[in-house]
Design a protein around this ligand. Structure first.
Ligand code: DAH
Length: 354
């Protein structure tokens, strides 16, 4: 192609260009007038033109350059005034359609808060099976064979068919009645120092009412090491209560009995609802019960393969529903299981996080 033909081809291209978007207009400018543009290339070719022809070609090339500029300006102006298609008109005064997002169940929120509080002082989290054997749920924890908790009235026993032969049923399984079974498993499987909490679901053969349910959640705590004292137990529980319920909360320990701890205590906390002055929740006593605790009975340590001459420990167990009730003032235990979104919607993770 000679110079004339090349100029004509570029001229035709300039005239035919119909870029509409700002991006396409810019691409047109770069393609024609940019450093490697077609018009620029022709202006460079002008150097090769013999001296006597320069005048004529110079004018011709100037026209071309102007044509490219003018076309670019036109396209640019057009692109700026062309409205961008934004779809149908939006009426900003209309109420928004709210997206229904799920939220954590209050029991999950509270369980996680409890775990966080103990994780801060070095407790690990351990778990055990919900279908448990009598050894871990009762025997190793010092429940005598005739203890009422082992009764069908209180415990859901389950049967596992060991073989197709009906005679060979495993008779020693039950839905665990507490998470204390996990402390047995942890002690059997490890060596002190042990510092662990075990959150989990537990089952009892109870009639369902506002104040009792056949399934609920507990968090068990266990600390075993050389020289663990009752004073440390009290300090740990005081730290727990203040972390969850606030620095003004007080705890007190009342002597009690559990087969697996000696001495044992029931832990009360100053009522968070009335601040201790007396209300319906604390039955006008100013105190609410929040958990059981005690020093791990030496016989339990022995049952789990830990020498009570060398080690001592404490344990505690609390109900997650109970702690949640005191935080959120839930009046009826059944609400936790009904999955009514009007109830569940009221809890947002974070709102009650310390
Ligand atoms: N397992 C007891 C219950 O279900 C709670 C409990 C009491 C756990 C005292 C403990 C403890 O570890 O020391 O009622």
């Amino acid at each position: 192609m000679n110079l004339k033909e090349r100029i004509e081809a570029v001229e035709a291209e300039i005239a035919a260009s119909d870029a509409t978007s700002p991006e396409a207009v810019e691409a047109f400018r770069v393609g024609m007038l940019g450093r490697n543009g077609k018009v620029t290339a022709l202006l460079d070719a002008f150097k090769e033109v013999p001296a006597e022809e320069k005048r004529a070609w110079g004018q011709r090339l100037n026209q071309l350059k102007n044509a490219a500029r003018v076309r670019w300006e036109e396209l640019k102006a057009q692109a700026e005034t062309t409205p961008v298609d934004k779809g149908p008109e939006v009426d900003l005064t209309r109420p928004a359609l709210t997206e229904h997002t799920g939220s954590l169940h209050p029991i999950s929120i509270v369980r996680q808060r409890i775990v966080d509080v103990f994780a801060r002082i070095g407790y690990t989290v351990s778990q055990g099976p919900e279908v448990e054997d009598e050894h871990h749920n009762f025997g190793a924890l010092n429940f005598p064979p005739d203890h009422p908790a082992r009764d069908m009235q209180d415990t859901f026993f389950v049967q596992e068919l060991v073989s197709a032969n009906e005679e060979q049923k495993r008779q020693d399984l039950a839905l665990r009645t507490h998470t204390s079974s996990v402390q047995v498993r942890v002690m059997e499987g490890g060596t002190p120092p042990i510092r662990t909490i075990s959150p989990g679901r537990v089952y009892r053969n109870e009639a369902i009412s506002a104040r009792a349910h056949c399934m609920f959640h507990q968090v068990e705590g266990l600390y075993v090491d050389k020289g663990v004292s009752f004073a440390e137990l009290k300090g740990t529980l005081d730290y727990f209560a203040k972390s969850i319920f606030g620095p003004e909360v007080k705890i007190r320990l009342r002597p009690s009995y559990f087969p697996f701890t000696e001495p044992s205590a029931e832990v009360d906390m100053s009522c968070t609802i009335c601040g201790g002055s007396g209300c319906a929740v604390c039955k006008h006593s100013g105190w609410v019960e929040i958990m059981g605790c005690g020093m791990v009975d030496p016989a339990v340590l022995t049952n789990c393969g830990i020498d009570p001459e060398v080690y001592s420990g404490f344990a505690f167990g609390m109900g997650v529903e109970r702690v949640a009730q005191l935080i959120y003032r839930v009046p009826d235990l059944r609400l936790y299981w009904e999955n009514d979104v009007r109830f569940l919607d009221q809890f947002t993770d974070g709102a009650f996080r310390g």
